[in-house]
Design a protein around this ligand. Structure first.
Ligand code: PMP
Length: 466
């Protein structure tokens, strides 16, 4: 089937890659090729599939960037965007409001844990994290404790690409050549059990992480720490699932020390772990704020937000500074088209996609786990419909294969040939397909990944580097 869109997309493809080389700056480029990179052109999407510039159909293994949760080419989402743009494409959020944003805030609050009841909408995840942190600063200023501003973050974290959100990032590559607001950030260990100190049990590792957290708070003083920001599952850090109970224990320390707990659910919310929010439903914690983005519109429109606890709002209203202004807003805060598509997307999630995601998740995880039979694979780990295949030089040392061997990219290149897009992360491959994936499609995906890894092993052996 070739509709007009397909034909146009394919006709445009050769030109587009060359034009991009001349004019487009792409995200996360390397200095040596910045502004001149050739990346695979994607012409169109349909369900769990995307089609590249050569007309080759691929399974969208990472669902875009963990975001196309209800799948590509959802007519109902396209229509609602058209209808809303025809009714009202934009209104200024400074002194007017629109109905879709109010309704969406109410629906999101209905899913949020505890007393999280108020939503500030942003343009994506970075601006959501930025908003949560600026809100924490405002909250502590208004409450007369301007010194309570430091932010706790962890190794392996990814929270965004704006200045403050990026300062929290804990993957070395993100920070090696980039500056940040380091004076505001305190870094803790990554909670990755696969990389725990040799000889330590997972239980002892949990104690170690919790002790480190508590000791850091005691050393610096709770009076200087405003917030902890953490992903329930570190996504871009390699789908890191912290030891059981660790998040609940950290949450408790935050509560005891009046440190705001910001759960960054930019990846995990809106179905990735089978629920609208994972903080409570999967991990049993009630944060003070939750940041979200991506899946809220299944990637059809750039939208994100922060859900904020009613208690914090009430404390601000009762403070001694009723005239203090939260000097923060974005032109596209509460965008009517974004909120309208998010409402329809939520209908789809509630109407069966979440249920489906919960049903297929065990199959998805079990099937991927079989890849541990391959000697290049050190560990397959995951939760819900997100997983990571981590490659190692050998199982004794768990030594990550060196970056110059670019194992993730090699696997991606083979898989692309075979009909699957994977997300390479140095020595890892991340899989987070659209949540509508069927068990047969999971079989296809894993079969291709297995073949891609096998071919990579042959290459590495042939080159004598493994
Ligand atoms: N937080 C997390 C956990 C993320 O994974 C990301 C993006 N991958 C962000 C924040 C930033 O979101 P955005 O790219 O929409 O700004």
């Amino acid at each position: 089937r070739r509709n007009a869109l397909t034909a146009t997309a394919i006709a445009a493809s050769e030109d587009a890659v060359e034009t991009a080389r001349r004019h487009l700056v792409q995200p996360w480029p390397f200095a040596g090729s910045v502004g001149a990179e050739a990346r695979a052109l994607i012409g169109e999407g349909d369900g769990i599939y995307i089609t590249d510039g050569d007309g080759k159909r691929l399974i969208d293994g990472p669902a875009g960037m963990w975001c196309v949760n209800v799948g590509h080419r959802r007519k109902e989402l396209a229509e609602v965007m058209y209808d809303q743009a025809m009714a009202l494409s934009y209104n200024t959020p400074w002194y007017t409001m629109n109905a879709p944003s109010a309704e969406l805030a109410e629906r999101i609050a209905g899913h949020a844990p505890g007393d999280l009841s108020h939503v500030f909408f942003t343009t994506g995840g970075s601006s959501a994290v930025e908003t949560a942190l600026r809100f924490m600063q405002f909250y502590n200023n208004v409450r007369g404790r301007p010194e309570k501003k430091l932010i706790l973050s962890r190794g392996g974290a990814y929270h965004g690409s704006t200045y403050l959100s990026a300062s929290l990032n804990g993957r070395p590559r993100d920070r090696d050549w980039m500056d940040g607001a380091d004076e505001l950030i305190v870094k803790l260990s990554s909670p990755n059990p696969f990389r725990r100190p040799a000889g330590m049990s997972v239980g002892d590792f949990a104690d170690f992480l919790v002790d480190e957290f508590a000791e850091t708070v005691a050393r610096i003083g709770a009076g200087r720490i405003g917030a902890f920001v953490g992903e329930p599952v570190q996504a871009s850090g390699g789908v890191v699932i912290a030891p059981d109970g660790y998040l609940r224990r950290i949450r408790e320390i935050c509560r005891q020390n009046d440190i705001l707990y910001v759960s960054d659910e930019v990846v995990t919310a809106f179905g990735r772990l089978g629920h609208v929010f994972a903080s409570d439903d999967v991990f049993g914690i009630e944060p003070d704020m939750i940041t979200f983005a991506k899946g809220v519109t299944s990637g059809y429109f750039p939208l994100g937000g922060v859900v904020i606890s009613a208690r914090l709002m009430e404390e601000l209203r009762r403070s001694n500074h009723p005239d203090a202004m939260f000097g923060h807003g974005l032109t596209y805060t509460s965008h009517p088209v974004g909120c309208a598509v998010a409402l329809r997307n939520l209908d789809l999630l509630e109407g069966g996609v979440l249920e489906h995601a919960r049903q297929v998740a065990p199959y998805f995880q079990a099937k991927l786990k079989t890849l541990e039979e391959l000697p290049l694979v050190g560990e397959v780990r995951g939760a819900g419909l997100m997983a990571c295949v981590e490659c190692v030089a050998d199982r004794e040392s768990n030594d990550p294969l060196l970056i110059d061997k670019d194992v993730g990219k090699r696997i991606d290149a083979h898989c692309h040939e075979l009909g699957l897009l994977v997300r390479p992360l140095i020595n890892m491959c991340v899989m987070s397909p659209p949540l509508v994936i069927s068990t047969e499609q999971i079989d296809d995906m894993v079969a291709i990944l297995r073949e891609g890894i096998s071919r990579t092993m042959e290459d590495l052996r042939r080159e004598g580097v493994w």
